[in-house]
Design a protein around this ligand. Structure first.
Ligand code: 5CA
Ligand code: ZN
Length: 408
């Protein structure tokens, strides 16, 4: 699938990797050093289900992983970054049916809008952007692999994965079984379906139903379950033991638990990912922003209203990526004021030493992507007088490269 264009990233001076890059890992509950073994970092971030436009919750999550990409790149690493598009799944079919539209038209339109939103927000594109539909053959082949490994079984004509086949099942979320059951029911699972070996076992392949799209495969005509889509797309491009699997915290269970279990059994290697990083949920009026709740603030609407995407970026980066956050109009106003102050600071003829600011930004971001601390370091630099003539240009480059905001 076509990705989106990359905004140029300035190269910054000096050693960027003096300290460990620590990221919170949901599986261990602690901070892990996510410096890759070689010169390439491998990242998989779960992509959108394109049935509605990009809202600020999506934007915040993709900005969190964009920050990680920028920190890795500042350390001289190349980043092998894979992101999927769940362009066939129940929510998409339901939305298209509700609106009397063709599901492929909805998926294409909303994916195109997402690309525009990401471009406008200066989010660096993945190196591989892969739709489930275009990856159908490899996903089906992966299901065959799980079947051959003895980890899949039939319920009527559908295929399920046996969680009992995954030795490390439960290590991503560490949730107890009551929590797992409840979340599976809320997030696309079917714990109440009769005939399953374990209520948590997730669907791998849904046999064709009248009126539903289906693809021919060695498993018979049908379509894949959600988790195996990400397991196959990630493993086939990154191999197992890739550095970071990312997404919002609503993906910890079942999605990342199940895709790790599929990945482990299908590859015969553990772990699927070295770290599982999760962004907090952005809410509005006390509720998680979600398509099903309909309480959404869309990036595209704000853009149409003339909002500067740099201000939007700063508004979202003002909260730590891991904390659940509330969006309000004042968040945007604060982002706009900050952007104006930063632009004025960078337009000065002189300022306090740029190298100290750069070191402060690098240190903050290496500490679990602490963007609030990074933002305050730039605030302080802008509010302080200095006589370094090279500082304004270096500050602008640092803010551009590490925080993705253009001050020019
Ligand atoms: N296609 C699947 C992943 S394979 C999916 O979850 N799609 S999504 O469109 O529902 O969400 C895309 C990303 O945005 C996911 O990482 C999800 O965790 C994140 N996300 C969704 N709602 C919010 C929110 N309110 N705040 C922060 N992140 C969110
Ligand atoms: Zn996913």
């Amino acid at each position: 699938m076509q990705s989106w264009p990359a905004t140029p990233v300035p190269t910054l001076p000096g050693p960027a990797d003096a300290t460990a890059l620590r990221l919170h890992d949901s599986a261990t509950g602690g901070l892990l050093d996510v410096r890759p073994g070689g010169r390439t970092a491998r990242l998989y971030v779960c992509g959108i289900t394109p049935y509605d436009a990009t809202h600020l919750g999506h934007a915040a999550t993709y900005l969190a992983f964009d920050t990680l990409v920028r920190v890795w790149r500042d350390r001289g690493l190349s980043v092998d970054y894979v992101q999927n598009v769940t362009d066939i799944d129940d929510p998409l079919l339901e939305r298209a049916a509700r609106d009397g539209e063709d599901w492929t038209v909805v998926a294409e339109r909303e994916t195109a809008l997402f690309r525009e939103d990401m471009t406008a927000l200066r989010v660096l594109p993945p190196t591989s952007y892969v739709g489930a539909v275009e990856a159908m053959d490899e996903i089906a082949a992966y299901v065959v692999r799980l079947l051959d490994a003895g980890a899949a079984y039939r319920v009527d004509d559908d295929l399920y994965f046996s969680v009992a086949a995954a030795e490390h099942f439960g290590r991503v979320s560490s949730y107890d079984s009551a929590t797992m059951l409840q979340l599976a029911a809320e997030r696309g699972g079917d714990p109440d379906r009769t005939g399953k070996k374990d209520a948590l076992d997730p669907l791998l392949w849904r046999a064709a139903r009248p009126g539903e799209p289906a693809w021919d495969s060695p498993l018979g005509p049908g379509r894949p379950g959600w988790h195996v889509e990400c397991a196959a797309i990630a493993l086939n491009r990154l191999g197992s033991g890739f550095d970071v699997q990312g997404g919002g915290s609503d993906l910890v269970f079942p999605h990342h638990e199940m895709s790790a279990a599929h990945g482990e059994v299908g590859s015969g290697a553990w772990p699927f990912a070295r770290a599982y990083a999760h962004a907090g949920m952005v809410g509005l009026d006390g509720e998680k922003m979600s398509k099903s709740r309909g309480n959404l603030v869309f990036v595209s609407r704000l853009r149409e209203a003339g909002v500067d995407t740099g201000a939007l970026r700063l508004a979202l980066l003002d909260g730590h990526y891991r904390s659940d956050r509330e969006w309000s109009d004042s968040s945007l106003r604060a982002g706009e004021q900050r952007l104006a102050a930063w632009r004025a600071g960078a337009a000065r003829a002189r300022g306090p030493a740029g190298s100290a600011l750069l070191a402060a930004l690098r240190a903050a971001l290496a500490d679990d992507l602490d963007t609030p601390t990074a933002l305050r370091a730039v605030d302080a630099w802008c509010a302080t007088a200095g006589d370094d003539e090279t500082a304004p240009a270096l500050a602008a480059d640092a803010v551009d490269a590490l925080l993705g905001v253009s001050l020019r």
